[in-house]
Design a protein around this ligand. Structure first.
Ligand code: ADE
Ligand code: ZN
Length: 338
């Protein structure tokens, strides 16, 4: 039975998918320090408190300035494997049954780490994830503040590993880097049979214009964040009618403004396949159940709406219809037995 009030316990046990999770954003301070020592990389901090104190950001660009330098500790295939496995243990704890894992190869190849080191390390964890009870897939993101040519070169490298990648995305600094900059590389990715998603971060310069470009021009299958879509009812109808998912991240949003809870609930109630995700959980100190609970604590919503968010997380995924149906049944069973 549905509980009368939403508890963290109910939300944590609810079977769910995570569709907006940056593997590099799961680097917890403990692992960061351990890898820094193992690989003899000076990150400027030596204690957990110092690392946490460096997490001062109030905008996407100030977050990215902390985020990228920390990746220097990731050097070898085992490091990428260990990072992903640490997250997958967390995922199991939060009853995340399926996760589409974003990763940023250019953040590593640009500092001399081979593409193969990155993809093979992450794929090693993907191969082992089933034994943990978490189904996984990799989604490769291009860094939008790098050139379109760099993205094209990265896609070329990735196509040699086509079987390891389910889709492509676009992240990093949106300012001055609209979706159209990557039209050709996304077209090529589509031709290769990859699914397409793309960040349209909250409250960007020309957010709604970028959302329109991503949907109508690039024809993405999903939008990451994208909550500014509420400014345009025609685009809301467009995503609702096509079942295009929006992967929202309330706690991450809260770091740079408000959680966008009103927008998320407005979209949910309009029938849009909106989902709740953690984005970069180690940096925002919030895993997906915490994000869902934070939403419920700060905005009035019903237990049935929370269950709908979990249902949307599978529906908006790139799983087969059979797998989606199996997970929907898990949700039905969980609620019936609660
Ligand atoms: N990289 C990691 N998290 C991101 C976000 N929320 N937006 C853009 N790029 C990111
Ligand atoms: Zn993100």
């Amino acid at each position: 039975m549905l509980p009368t009030t939403l508890t963290h316990d109910f939300i944590k046990g609810l079977p769910k998918a995570e569709l907006h999770l940056h593997l590099e954003g799961t680097l917890e301070p403990e692992l960061k320090l351990a890898l820094a020592e193992r690989n003899r990389v000076d990150i400027g901090q030596t204690t957990i408190e110092e690392v946490k104190r460096s997490y001062q950001f109030d905008s996407l660009s100030s977050f990215l300035q902390v985020y990228y330098p920390a990746m220097n500790v990731l050097q070898r295939e085992e490091d990428f494997y260990q990072l992903a496995m640490a997250y997958l243990h967390k995922a199991r704890e939060h009853n995340i049954r399926y996760v589409e894992l974003f990763f940023d190869p250019q953040a590593h190849t640009s500092r001399g780490v081979a593409f193969e080191t990155v993809i093979n390390g992450y794929h090693w964890a993907v191969r082992e994830s089933g034994a943990l009870g978490v189904e996984t897939a990799l989604v490769m993101c291009f860094l939008r503040d790098m050139s379109a040519q760099s993205a094209a070169d990265t896609l070329e490298q990735a196509l040699a590993h086509r079987d390891k990648i389910l889709g492509v995305g676009l992240d990093s600094d949106e300012n001055g880097n609209p979706p159209g900059k990557f039209r050709e590389v996304f077209h090529k990715a589509r031709q290769a049979g990859l699914h397409l998603t793309m960040h349209c971060d909250i409250d960007q310069h020309n957010s709604i214009g970028n959302i329109r470009q991503a949907l109508l021009d690039i024809q993405v299958d999903r939008l990451d964040h994208g909550t500014n879509i509420v400014e345009d009812p025609e685009l809301v109808a467009y995503v609702r009618d096509r079942g295009i998912g929006l992967t929202c991240c309330p706690v991450s949003n809260g770091f740079v403004g408000d959680m966008k809870g009103n927008e998320i609930l407005q979209l949910l109630r309009a029938g849009v396949k909106v989902t709740v995700n953690s984005d970069d959980p180690a940096y925002f100190q919030s895993y997906v159940s915490d994000d869902m609970f934070a939403l419920a604590q700060n905005y009035p919503m019903t237990p049935a709406e929370m269950v709908q968010l979990a249902r949307n997380s599978f529906d908006a995924s790139w799983l087969s219809d059979d797998r989606k149906a199996a997970y929907q049944q898990e949700i039905t069973d969980y609620v019936a037995g609660y």
